[in-house]
Design a protein around this ligand. Structure first.
Ligand SMILES: C[C@H](O)[C@H](O)[C@H]1CNC2=NC(N)=NC(=O)C2=N1
Length: 97
């Protein structure tokens, strides 16, 4: 099972993950798109990557605002898999706006 990172280790990683915040439930980034279809399109692209990684963000969609939370449910905290997923989400968000 993947090792849960300390809050300090997550904070160090987040230094390179601008736009993410940390709380006990995981690391979170909120993205506002131009429209609801754009928001769904972003989620669709991230779904493909999540399947590739076999690691899946918790996703909240409210009209054109999407919040991604990365936490490793089986480990009960944030692991390197979440940091990798967050990086991939950043790449996809960066490529769509
Ligand atoms: C078998 C498979 O690896 C697990 O069910 C995966 C799938 N995606 C997952 N995603 C996340 N975020 N946490 C998990 O514990 C998890 N488990």
């Amino acid at each position: 099972m993947a090792e849960v990172l300390t809050a300090e280790a997550v904070r160090d990683e987040l230094g390179g993950l601008a736009g993410w915040s940390q709380d006990p439930a995981g690391i979170t980034r909120t993205v506002e798109l131009a429209s609801f279809p754009d928001a769904i399109g972003l989620v669709d692209r991230i779904a493909v990557t999540a399947e590739e990684l076999d690691h899946h963000p918790d996703i909240d969609i409210r009209w054109r605002t999407v919040t991604f939370r990365c936490v490793t449910h089986s480990a009960g905290g944030v692991t390197r898999r979440d940091i990798e997923l967050a990086r991939r989400i950043d790449e996809i968000v960066g490529g769509t706006r």
